[in-house]
Design a protein around this ligand. Sequence first.
Ligand code: HEM
Length: 130
Amino acid sequence: MEEVRQHGLVHVHRRGPTIRKIVDAFYPKVAEHPDLKPIFPDDLTPVADKQYLFLTQFFGGPPLYTEKYGHPMMRARHMPFPVTPKRAEAWLGCMRRALEEVIPSQEMREVILERLSGPAHFFVNTPDDE
Ligand code: HEM
């Protein structure tokens, strides 16, 4: 596990096309999810493009997001949207399914999900019973 933790992400971030595939598999699931759909725009293309830039740098690749949009401040950027604990789980659920389509190694999928799970819960800004 430690081996994958150290080398798995290096492997992923050297591969822009893999991150693009993850993002492209992820947003159609968001668009269909009853808890997520209402807070996202109808056209998910711009957010998918930003997510590609962000995840590239998040997983240790070149700082593409910062170069274009400045400091990520991701929690702050989510403040205009009601991110509930339920939505954090929904987001991670969509990501899990996207990863299943793109990343063959279960161990690597778990490492990636684990890295995203902290931020997802950290971005929660609204209780479930809003
Ligand atoms: C916890 C559940 C999450 C929800 C419900 C959520 C929801 C959203 C929403 C509604 C937007 C704005 C769409 C728009 O522009 O109108 C957004 C943008 C974004 N989200 Fe999330 N998000 C979540 C978690 C995450 C996580 C874990 C990451 C990455 C680690 C992430 C990365 C981004 C990025 C990069 C953007 C684009 C920011 C920008 O406008 O520059 N989100 N998210």
